[in-house]
Write a protein that binds this ligand. Structure first.
Ligand SMILES: Nc1ncnc2c1ncn2[C@@H]1O[C@H](COP(=O)(O)OP(=O)(O)OP(=O)(O)O)[C@@H](O)[C@H]1O
Ligand SMILES: [Mg+2]
Length: 528
């Protein structure tokens, strides 16, 4: 007898329907799986046989063929165990015909018949909703993920035996607790722990409000890592739409906790500098999301930026520009979202003391050149806010006044994000990501202010891209101040955050002496 159960594959972060067909026919006892199965799918037969026996159900002593259609889509993972077992039980007459019509089934089986959690249930449930199917049968631990999709009925499964009795007796599915939708600030590192660095804190507030890429340059121990690690505390929570998008990526990567709940905190990913290009942008024979996608709608923090191999950093250019990354492999192409805020920290030179007030730099010109050559100009050109941190003196540490807490800063950031959402009609669009044409149209510069910006471009030899970037940052500064129009003071402040690229190289001769500002690591020929 032939039976069919619907299941799904996940390509990128989208579910694709897979039909699991099972034929229990005459012939010697054997079990064939066809339809481009990977090793984990071929191994399903061992788990399915044991789980059916442990559930005290009959396993056919004849020839069993399982086909996973469409046959040109590679099938990987353990999520086909449960649909294969149910298709087999339908085909051998144990389950009543039609009991699984309209349900999409995913789940791993243990040898004892327990149903184990799998990756990617959220995209599968979304697909079921999109196709107007009845619902999703999935492991109880993934129930909340499927339940996060509005209008989807979830049939959580604990063991194969319980599921078969529920389907045979046509019992209603057990209720699934809906994912909690209330965001509460977590106990986090607070910005007020950082002494001094008022300008850096203000710049990080602007970066968080507008989603601007930021780089922090400074001698060792100035607090670069400390500041960057406090960014999550000043970012607004994810909107409901963003929460689904972000949770989908983490679901596909198998990073969700079983206790459940949509992710509401913006991700903060800090890969080590030994990470490969595939780890950063995604890869694998069946593509998996990389760090830039796991940081979608949040922050990708690259500490010790200059230690990352140049080729690895180059792979980030396209995702940063497009907000998504396409991973192409021999048999599959997947697109992952990658709209992230890049935050980087680095020393100004290999010894770390170039431009230090207290220690001379011990680097050779060749060592300095090698260090600089690791960072590409086009990558740095995509960074809106460039800050140089100076070491704090003892008196600055002692006398620095108490600064705002992360909660206070976050309140201002949330208000500025709301202004941007209202202006652009989308919660996910920020001043950093909105199309320049839209920004020009919705927030034009009055002639006097534009004239100031153009004069700065001329005076400091800034690139046209820098012109646009300053406009974007000035818009965010105006939003933080509650101003409807961009004023000259907003442009002036935005210009300060471009201080270390073209301006220093244009105005100051390179020097490496102790106590004087040296050429910045960010000095790169500008693209005009
Ligand atoms: N501004 C500051 N206020 C309070 N503590 C600070 C400050 N700057 C540095 N510290 C202290 O110094 C430690 C080291 O700072 P951090 O790791 O941020 O330095 P860094 O700039 O990242 O250095 P490196 O270049 O070596 O990575 C912090 O954990 C903190 O204890
Ligand atoms: Mg550091």
């Amino acid at each position: 007898m032939l039976a069919k159960v619907l299941s799904a594959a996940v390509v990128g972060v989208e579910g694709r329907l897979v039909e699991v067909e099972c034929d229990v026919g005459a012939g010697h006892p054997s079990f064939d799986t066809v339809g481009l199965p990977e090793l984990t799918v071929r191994e399903a037969r061992t788990r399915v046989r044991s789980a059916i026996r442990q559930a005290q159900l009959p396993f056919p002593r004849t020839h069993v063929t399982v086909n996973l259609a469409p046959a040109d889509l590679r099938k990987e993972g353990t999520c086909y165990d449960l649909p294969v077992a149910l298709a087999l039980l339908l085909a051998s007459g144990v389950l009543p015909p039609g009991c699984l019509d309209g349900w999409v089934v995913v789940g791993e089986l243990s040898l004892t018949g327990a149903v184990r959690a799998v990756c990617g249930v959220l995209p599968v449930a979304e697909m079921a909703g999109r196709l107007g199917l009845r619902g999703v049968v999935c492991p109880v631990d993934n129930g909340w993920e499927a339940g996060a999709v509005p209008g989807i009925t979830v049939h959580p499964a604990t063991t194969l035996a319980d599921l078969v009795s529920a389907l045979t007796l046509d019992l209603p599915p057990l209720p699934v607790a809906p994912p909690t939708d209330v965001w509460t600030p977590q106990a986090r590192l607070c910005m007020s722990d950082v002494r001094g660095h008022a300008m850096a804190k203000r710049a990080l507030e602007v970066a968080a409000a507008g989603g601007h890429n930021t780089v922090l340059v400074g001698t060792p121990g100035t607090g670069k890592t400390m500041l960057a690690r406090r960014l999550p505390g000043i970012l607004p929570p994810l909107s409901p739409t963003e929460a689904i998008e972000v949770t989908k990526v983490h679901s596909v990567a198998g990073l969700l906790s079983r206790s459940g709940g949509l992710l509401r905190d913006r991700p903060f990913r800090a890969p080590h500098h030994t990470a490969s290009a595939a780890a950063l942008v995604g890869g694998g024979s069946l593509p998996r999301p990389g760090e830039v996608s796991l940081a979608h709608s949040g922050v990708l923090f690259l500490d010790e930026l200059a230690e990352f191999p140049r080729q690895t950093l180059e792979t980030l250019r396209q995702p940063l520009e497009d907000g998504s990354v396409m991973v192409t492999r021999a048999r599959q192409t997947a697109v992952f979202p990658a709209r992230t805020m890049l935050v980087a920290a680095l020393n100004p030179c290999p010894c770390g003391y170039l431009g230090s007030r207290t220690k001379p730099c011990a680097c050779s010109p060749m060592g300095l050149d090698r260090y600089r050559s690791r960072l590409s100009g086009p990558l740095l050109d995509r960074i809106d806010i460039q800050l140089q941190l100076q070491n704090l003196t003892a008196s600055m540490l002692r006398l620095s006044p108490p600064s705002d807490t992360s909660d206070e800063i976050r309140a201002r950031v949330c208000a500025a994000r709301q202004v941007q959402a209202d202006r652009y009609g989308s919660e996910a669009t920020t001043n950093a990501t909105v199309a320049m044409a839209a920004l020009r149209q919705k927030s034009p510069l009055v002639p006097a202010v534009h004239d100031l910006l153009l004069r700065a471009i001329d005076a400091f030899g800034l690139s046209p891209r820098a012109h646009d970037r300053i406009w974007r940052v000035a818009r965010t500064i105006a939003d933080l101040g509650g101003a409807a129009d961009i004023g000259s003071d907003h442009v002036g402040e935005a210009l300060q955050y471009r201080h270390f690229d073209e301006r220093v190289s244009a105005v100051q001769p390179p020097t490496r002496a102790c106590g004087q500002a040296g050429p910045s690591i960010l000095d790169q020929p500008s693209e005009i």
